[in-house]
Unconditional design. Structure first.
Length: 107
């Protein structure tokens, strides 16, 4: 029976966190642009179709808020995990360096 060891790279985890945060910002910007455009059209277009269009735009806005919250939470979780791994690696290195080595290895 062999033990498997997975090495996580805190820098790569942080890179993914940053990319998710960038996607979060892009999603918010795009959704805001869609909302502004639909609101600007409302004054010149009054009909049953415009009411349906506005309702669909509100649904998109609500769903994008949920998606944005998820992206932000994932980004923050990954940034936290990166910090934990980085701190753990630093502590392990410090502990390893403090171990006595003289007389331990036969040379």
């Amino acid at each position: 029976m062999s033990a498997d060891f997975i090495k996580f790279d805190p820098e790569k985890i942080l890179e993914v966190s940053v990319r998710l945060e960038q996607q979060h910002k892009k999603l918010i910007q795009c959704t805001a642009a869609i909302k502004r455009k639909s609101e600007s059209l409302l004054g010149s277009w009054k009909s049953d179709s415009s009411a349906i269009y506005i309702e669909k735009t509100k649904e998109v806005d609500t769903q994008s808020e949920t998606a944005a919250e998820i992206l932000l939470a994932l980004s923050q979780d990954l940034a936290s995990a990166s910090g934990i791994y980085k701190a753990g690696e630093g502590s392990a290195k410090k502990e390893a360096e403090s171990l006595p080595t003289s007389g331990v290895f036969n040379t």
